[in-house]
Design a binder for this molecule. Structure first.
Ligand SMILES: *Cc1c(COP(=O)(O)O)cnc(C)c1O
Length: 400
């Protein structure tokens, strides 16, 4: 049995071989296995050197100072530290926070937690192309606003927010600005010295590094007060305790170094693959790209197919590893909250699939995928149970 073609790079990426090699050198007896916090012997010193080298590589990718990088277990934890950390430390200044309804769950659920603690949250509605308007942000700011959190690139539709404009507005108002950049780091050029971004979350496994490691960038100039969320030995200047996972950190650093070198060539290749993939749909009607085409990362194509249920399509597309715009909960299939927030009705949201491309995607793979999609959609549309007229009926059967 051959494996399905992997077109789910937005969910996670394979570890680059060069990254895996660097990580392996930190694991076994012959490698850099020491505790980076051990100050009394060479095993510790070597590990600390490896960690600080990776901190430099990660900072370089963001044009940041190494002292601005705090290691975390991933973007989920970085988001928690940024949002809860800043909100709780600045509570005396105000309790109003601003975000959007199309953030990742790691942001939304953190805000929900803070809401239960008495914070007031405003949600900026995205435009139908998926972008957040800087004017709307300006209008939502209040005297007691202390933090704004808006993602750089959306994980479902790949749409890019203008974090430069959003950050400038926050800066002018004296409000902290956090961005979840898990989907943009390693894919878009990010210059933290040019941007008014105080806090930025990233995750290694979204750009060919390992899972379980990420970082929070904290702008030194802004002197951001943060309440630590994990207490212990005082690692990471007290912001995040816990023995540093040398191999994971070295993996993140190597992935960052490679991304800095290849970002331009990777992007050009991936963009041409996406164009090739979408041009494969020319013989198909009634499909649409969800979210802005212009303001979008190269590796994302979120497409809806009228009159076809996404779950049925996914089942039929066994040769492709992709994601639907729906999330299965134990009892029902809920259409994506992101697609609904940008104005798609339930039927269209249900009929959406996210194809995401990456460093190892080939022309043969996208040709195969486009052909499989076109054939399957045509076939499903011929079947009465998935026909246009009955599509809502088949959707409700699935959800019940
Ligand atoms: C993947 C992702 C996360 C979560 O990152 P982890 O490192 O897996 O915790 C958060 N936000 C966005 C936008 C993501 O794509």
């Amino acid at each position: 049995m051959h494996k399905p073609v992997y077109l789910d790079y937005a969910a996670t990426t394979p570890v680059d071989e060069r990254v895996a090699e660097a990580m392996c050198s930190c694991l076994s007896r012959e490698g850099v296995f020491g505790n980076p916090a051990s100050r009394s012997h060479i095993y510790g010193w070597k590990a600390e050197e490896a960690v600080e080298n990776a901190r430099g590589q990660t900072a370089d990718l963001l044009n940041a100072d190494p002292r601005e990088i705090v290691w975390t277990s991933g973007a989920t934890e970085a988001n928690n530290l940024a949002i809860k950390g800043a909100a709780l430390a600045n509570r005396a200044k105000g309790s109003h926070l601003i975000t959007s309804p199309i953030e990742h769950k790691a942001v939304l659920d953190t805000f929900r937690f803070l809401e239960a603690q008495g914070f007031k949250i405003s949600y900026l509605q995205p435009a139908s192309d998926g972008t957040i308007s800087p004017e709307d942000l300006k209008a939502a700011l209040r005297e007691d606003t202390v933090l704004v959190s808006l993602m750089h690139v959306n994980n479902e539709i790949g749409v890019i927010n203008d974090i430069e404009a959003l950050g400038d507005i926050c800066k002018e108002a004296g409000v902290l600005f956090h961005t979840d950049a898990a989907q943009s780091v390693g894919k878009l050029k990010i210059d933290t010295q040019q941007l008014n971004v105080d806090l930025l979350s990233l995750s290694a496994h979204k750009f060919y590094g390992p899972k379980g490691i990420g970082a929070l960038y904290v702008k030194r100039k802004s002197q951001v007060a943060l309440e630590p969320q994990i207490h212990g030995g005082g690692h990471e200047r007290g912001l995040r305790s816990g023995t540093l996972p040398t191999h994971q950190i070295v993996g993140l650093g190597k992935a960052a170094e490679i991304a800095a070198q290849q970002l331009g060539t990777d992007n050009a290749k991936i963009l041409s693959l996406r164009n090739r993939f979408l041009s494969g749909f020319c013989g198909l009607d009634d499909w649409a790209l969800n979210g802005s085409l212009q303001q979008r990362v190269a590796g994302n194509a979120n497409v809806s197919f009228a009159g076809v249920d996404g779950e049925a399509l996914l089942l039929a597309l066994r040769d492709l590893a992709v994601s639907t715009g729906s999330a299965c909960t134990s009892l029902s299939i809920e259409p994506s909250y992101v697609l609904k927030a940008i104005g798609l009705d339930d039927q269209r949201a249900h009929s959406s699939i996210r194809f995401s491309f990456g460093r190892y995607t080939t022309e043969d793979e996208v040709d195969f995928a486009a052909q499989a999609v076109v054939e399957t959609v045509k076939q499903l549309r011929k079947q009465p149970s998935n026909g246009r007229a009955e599509s809502s009926a088949s959707t409700s059967t699935l959800s019940s």
